[in-house]
Design a protein around this ligand. Structure first.
Ligand code: TYM
Length: 327
């Protein structure tokens, strides 16, 4: 079986963008691949986090994974910080990464822009992510469009290590959806939907109550026309909503356009809201059951044990090849 690894930061509530861009594919791939899905809490602290909030968000993200349909007996679900080898390989790969490579990362440029003090962790973040992936020798990495550049660096680092120290790492491939790899903000279609946005109206959280979802969609920005047409260049807001629609139902873009021909945005937005609510309500119900069951820590402990076992062989081989004394 090919191996899959991916993760999400517990830096806020997971959004519909996280679901459509990545989580949906986690759920799909678990049936055919050997999957590792983690909560990347070590990445979350590259910007300041309140400790109590970080703990709560980390558990919440893990519970959302399960609620969305990841079976912890099929896939390995764990916390990044619970497997020490992530920090260890992250450091080892940091020493192989060039400053220039990190300076070119658009996520770093976006997150550091205009800030007075920028944490060094935000800068070396991609090396830690490369370590996450290479630790498990993953073949496939399901992510959204915004992670493409980090994946490219991961591939370069794997190749660099192999060239310098002999063949060790597989070169991983991204698994990026054709539609929905970049869901945009509801208030500004030039920005991606983000869980760390200060404006809660700009995203739909997977745990938003149905009425909140309805309100957010009814207030979503659209152009002044009335044609439900997929045209990202000229109608980016409506096109984004159409993408969301197709990802929450089984309709194609053409089918959505045909369904609302000559009807304006009102009926389209109403149905879209119901489609999103219909998708998320069962997930929210399972989420509450999982949180109330008290089983989460047991699941994360068993995930940690399985992940540790898989990581162990890699870290030993890497350290041996780099020249650390083996005791
Ligand atoms: P993060 O936490 O920002 O996002 C989690 C996943 O959701 C995708 N995503 C989106 N997809 C479509 N539209 C959007 N608006 C949208 N926003 C986010 C992201 O592409 C991602 O797949 N660096 C990663 C976390 C990470 C990781 C890893 C991922 C750390 N180590 C190893 C894969 C493998 C991140 O910040 O994701």
């Amino acid at each position: 079986k090919l191996r899959v690894l991916s993760g999400m930061q517990p830096s806020g509530q997971l959004t519909l963008g996280n679901y459509i861009g990545a989580l949906k594919n986690y759920v799909k791939l678990q049936h055919t691949h050997d999957c590792y899905f983690m909560v990347v809490d070590l990445h979350a602290i590259t910007v300041p986090q309140d400790p109590a909030a970080l703990r709560e968000q980390s558990e919440s993200v893990a519970a959302v994974y399960l609620a969305a349909g990841i079976d912890p007996n099929t896939a390995t679900v764990f916390l990044q910080s619970s497997v020490k080898a992530h920090a260890e390989l992250g450091w080892l790969l940091t020493t192989l990464t060039y400053m220039g490579e990190l300076e070119r990362m658009t996520q770093f440029k976006d997150k550091s822009e205009g800030k007075e003090s920028v944490g060094a962790g935000l800068f070396t973040y991609p090396s830690l992510m490369a370590g996450d992936i290479l630790l498990y020798n993953a073949d496939l990495v399901p992510v959204g469009e915004d992670q493409r550049q980090h994946l490219e660096l991961t591939r370069d680092l794997a190749h660099r290590f192999n060239t310098r120290f002999s063949e060790t790492f597989k070169i991983p491939q991204g698994y990026i959806p054709e539609v929905g790899a970049r869901i945009m903000s509801l208030d500004d279609a030039s920005k991606k939907m983000s869980k760390s946005s200060p404006n809660a109206g700009s995203y739909i959280a997977l745990l938003d109550a149905p009425d909140v979802i309805r309100k957010k969609i009814s207030r979503a920005v659209t152009d002044s026309g009335r044609e439900v047409k997929y045209d990202p260049q000229n109608k980016p807001e409506v096109s984004n909503l159409i993408s969301i629609y197709t990802q929450c139902t089984d309709l194609s873009i053409a089918e959505v356009e045909a369904k609302y021909e000559g009807q304006g945005y009102g009926p389209f937005k109403k149905d879209l809201a119901e489609a999103v609510v219909g998708l998320l309500e069962p997930i929210q119900q399972r989420y509450r059951e999982i949180r109330e069951s008290g089983e989460l820590h047991d699941i994360l402990r068993s995930g940690r044990d399985r992940a540790e076992a898989a990581a162990e062989a890699t870290i030993r081989e890497v350290k041996q090849k780099m020249g650390f004394v083996q005791l």
